[in-house]
Design a protein around this ligand. Structure first.
Ligand code: AMP
Length: 543
C-alpha cells in the first residue's frame, strides 16, 4: 500500500516562496563592489528573482540551460541563485580565482548560455570573451550608468536595466525534484576539473539538514555572515538554509580582510559567521591587535580545511564564540559533518573540549560515512583505525557531468572522498590526511601536477615535484623541487619568472629547491611523503 499523502517535488522555488511569505521583511545586507552597504529584504529578492526568470524567458533559454556567474557574495548573486534555478535553468557558479584559461574551459564545458559578472571581473572577462563563443549574453552586475565601455566587449548588458525591463509576475514551473538546479567544478588533480551537478531535491534536503540545531542551528533570530564564497560549493548551502530559517543575511562582497569583516559583524549584529580558517585568522589578528570584543557573534562555522585547535581555543575561551568545525566537499553539496558537542561532552574540561572540537564532527542526518582499508574492509569506529573515508546519502554526487573518463566514481554505491579519517565511538570523524597531494593556500586549491607540468616545460628541468610547506598566513604555500638536466643551468628567479602568465599569481610557488634526485616509489611514482619529511624544516623566503 502506498502512503496517501500529497506529492510535491522538493524545489528551490519553494524556498524563495517560503522566505518571501514567512520572512519577507528579514534583511539582506551586502557590501558591494561599489563600496557602499546595500540593504534589501527576502521579499525584494523574491520579486527580483521573478524578474530574472522573465528575463531568461525573453532570452529564450530552455529548461536546464546553464547560466554562469562570476560574482562575490551579495544580493544580486542571491537573486540569481533563485531566479535561475527556480525557473528551471542551471546556475553555474564560476570560481574567479582560477586561471583565465581554466575558467574559459569550464564555461565551455558547462555550455553556459549567459554569464553574469561583477564589474571587478571585467579584465578576466576580457581575457576569456573570445574563447567562449557559445555564451550569447554577458551581463554586468551593475546599474546602466555604471556600465563599462570597452570596444573589445560588444553587447554587454546592465543587470539592473535587464531585470527592470521585465515584470515581477511569474509562476515558477513544476520541476522534477531530481532535475539539475546548479553546478560547481571541483579542482582537477589530474586532467580537467570535474563538475558536480546538484538537484533541487539534494539542495533542499541539504538546506534542511544543515539548518538543524545540531548543525548550524539557524533561526530567524540569527544574522548570518557567509564569508565562504557563493562562487564555490554554494557558500556551504547558506543561500538556501537561511531562506528556510528566515535569517538576516550579511554579505561581505570582496571585503574579507579582518577589519572589514569585524566592522560588518558589529554593525549588523552578526550572530553566526561561516568561513575557512585563513579568513578567521585575519579576523582574529585584527580583533586581538585592536583590543576588540565581539558583541553579538556567538558561533562560527569553520571548514574547508582543518581548523587548528589554537584557533578554536581563541574563539571559545578568548571571545566566548563557539566553533562549529565542519567538513565537506564539492561532491557533498558540501556539508558532510558538523562538530557540535554532545550533552555529556559539554561538562568536559576546556582542553578536552578543544580536542573534540578539532575533530570534524558527526555526519548530518541524510549522510552516511564509513572508513575502509585498502582491501575495502570496513574499519571500526574506535577513533584509532584510519582509512579511506567514503560517503553516501541524499546530497552526495552520483556521477560527474560529462567526465573525461567514463568509469563510475562510486565504489559499491559509496563515494570515495579522497580523505583519510578516523571515526570514534560517538561517530565523530577526524580527517587525518588527504590521500592526494593538492596544496591548499588561503582556502583555495593548487594542483601540484599543474605546477610540476609547467616546470617540466622548462628546457633546463629534468624532473619536478611540487609539495606544500606550512605557512603562518595561508596555511600552505607550494614549493617546487627540481632536478636539473645534466649540464643545464637555471636559477631560482628564472624558474619562478617562468610561471608568470601561466597560472594565477597566487599559484606560483614561493620557492625552488634544487635536488640531485627525487625519491621514487616502487610503481614509478614520486614519493612525496618522503620529500615532505626531507623538507619539513624548509624556510620559505619572506615575501
Ligand atoms: P572542496 O571540494 O574544494 O570543498 O574541498 C574538499 C576537501 O577539503 C575535503 O575533501 C578535505 O580534504 C578538505 N576539507 C574540507 N573541510 C575540512 C576540514 N574541516 N578539515 C580538514 N579538511 C577539510
Amino acid at each position: 500500500m502506498l502512503g496517501l499523502m500529497q506529492r510535491h517535488s522538493l524545489s528551490i522555488s519553494s524556498l524563495i516562496d517560503f522566505a518571501e511569505r514567512q520572512h519577507g521583511d528579514a534583511e539582506i545586507v551586502s557590501r558591494r563592489v561599489e563600496g557602499d552597504l546595500h540593504r534589501t529584504t527576502w521579499a525584494a529578492v523574491a520579486r527580483r528573482a521573478r524578474q530574472i526568470a522573465n528575463g531568461l524567458e525573453a532570452f529564450q533559454l530552455a529548461f536546464s540551460d546553464r547560466v554562469g556567474t562570476i560574482a562575490w557574495n551579495g544580493y544580486r548573486h542571491l537573486e540569481l541563485y533563485y531566479g535561475v534555478s527556480a525557473s528551471g535553468r542551471v546556475l553555474h557558479t564560476v570560481n574567479p580565482r582560477l586561471h583565465p584559461e581554466q575558467i574559459a574551459w569550464i564555461i565551455n564545458h558547462a555550455e553556459d548560455r549567459v554569464v553574469c559578472f561583477e564589474t571587478t571581473f571585467l579584465p578576466l572577462v576580457k581575457a576569456i570573451y573570445k574563447e567562449c563563443p557559445k555564451v550569447k549574453h554577458w551581463i554586468v552586475l551593475c546599474e546602466a550608468d555604471r556600465m563599462p565601455t570597452d570596444d573589445d566587449l560588444p553587447g554587454l548588458i546592465s543587470y539592473e536595466e535587464w531585470i527592470n525591463s521585465h515584470s515581477d509576475q511569474y509562476r515558477w514551473p513544476e520541476i522534477d525534484e531530481y532535475a539539475a538546479s546548479s553546478m560547481c567544478y571541483t579542482s582537477g588533480t589530474t586532467g580537467h576539473p570535474k563538475a558536480v551537478v546538484y538537484s533541487h531535491r539534494s539542495t533542499v534536503l541539504h538546506a534542511y539538514a544543515s539548518a538543524l540545531p545540531n548543525a548550524f542551528g539557524l533561526s530567524e533570530r540569527d544574522s548570518v555572515l557567509p564569508a565562504v564564497p557563493m562562487f564555490h560549493v554554494n557558500s556551504w548551502g547558506l543561500p538556501y538554509s537561511t531562506a528556510i530559517a528566515g535569517c538576516k543575511v550579511v554579505f561581505p562582497g570582496p571585503g574579507l580582510d579582518g577589519k572589514s569583516l569585524y566592522e560588518l559583524m558589529e554593525s549588523e549584529g552578526v550572530t553566526l559567521a561561516a568561513g575557512v580558517p585563513t579568513v578567521w585568522q585575519g579576523l582574529l589578528e585584527h580583533v586581538k591587535q585592536n583590543g576588540l570584543r565581539f558583541s553579538t557573534l556567538n558561533r562560527t562555522v569553520v571548514g574547508g580545511a582543518a581548523c587548528p585547535p589554537a584557533m578554536i581555543q581563541v574563539f571559545q575561551e578568548g571571545f566566548g564564540v563557539e566553533v562549529l568545525h565542519a567538513w565537506g566537499m564539492t561532491e557533498l553539496s558540501p556539508i558532510g559533518t558538523v562538530c557540535s558537542l554532545k550533552n555529556n561532552q559539554l561538562n568536559l574540561p576546556p582542553e578536552e573540549q578543544v580536542k573534540l572540537r578539532a575533530k570534524q564532527g558527526r555526519a548530518l542526518y541524510g549522510i552516511e560515512l564509513e572508513i575502509f582499508d585498502e582491501l575495502g574492509k570496513l574499519l571500526p569506529h574506535d577513533g584509532k583505525a584510519y582509512g579511506s573515508l567514503m560517503a553516501r546519502g541524499h546530497w552526495v554526487v552520483g556521477e560527474y557531468f560529462r567526465p573525461d573518463d567514463l568509469s563510475s566514481s562510486l565504489v559499491n554505491g559509496w563515494f570515495p572522498t579522497g580523505d583519510v579519517a578516523t571515526i570514534d565511538g560517538d561517530g565523530f570523524v577526524q580527517i587525518t590526511d588527504r590521500n592526494k597531494d593538492m596544496i591548499k593556500s588561503g582556502g583555495e586549491w593548487i594542483s601540484s601536477i599543474e605546477i610540476e607540468n609547467i616546470a617540466m616545460a622548462h628546457p633546463s628541468v629534468q624532473m619536478a615535484a611540487c609539495i606544500g610547506i606550512k605557512h603562518p598566513k595561508w596555511d600552505e604555500r607550494p614549493i617546487i623541487c627540481v632536478v636539473k638536466r645534466p649540464g643545464a643551468e637555471v636559477t631560482r628567479e628564472e624558474l619562478l619568472a617562468f610561471y608568470e602568465g601561466k597560472v594565477s599569481k597566487w599559484q606560483i610557488p614561493d620557492d625552488v629547491v634544487f635536488l640531485d634526485s627525487i625519491p621514487m616509489g616502487a610503481t614509478g611514482k614520486m614519493l612525496k611523503t618522503k620529500l615532505r619529511e626531507h623538507l619539513i624544516n624548509h624556510r620559505l623566503p619572506q615575501t
